[in-house]
Design a protein around this ligand. Structure first.
Ligand SMILES: [Zn+2]
Length: 79
């Protein structure tokens, strides 16, 4: 375990994750929201972070993190 800084709130914590335990539930919620949005709209690619952010209410910074964490292996990312 290393001492890390949470990528959402900036607090220090020890975990193998990128975010602290307070924020990991927020992350999970956002990933679910994103998955539902992708399913409902039959998306197979992401080419605009700003519209995705607008439509899901998730910040662009967090969207990038979720996408980079391989949460969406079936989606092509064209940013
Ligand atoms: Zn946090």
């Amino acid at each position: 375990m290393e001492f890390k800084r949470c990528k959402r709130c900036g607090c220090f914590f020890t975990s193998v994750d990128d975010v602290c335990c307070n924020c990991s539930s927020k992350d999970k919620l956002e990933i679910t929201t994103l998955k539902n949005y992708i399913e409902e709209n039959n998306l197979n690619e992401i080419n605009s972070l700003s519209s995705l952010s607008y439509n899901t209410g998730i910040s662009q910074k967090n969207l990038i993190r979720h996408v980079n964490n391989q949460n969406f292996p079936d989606i092509n990312i064209n940013l």
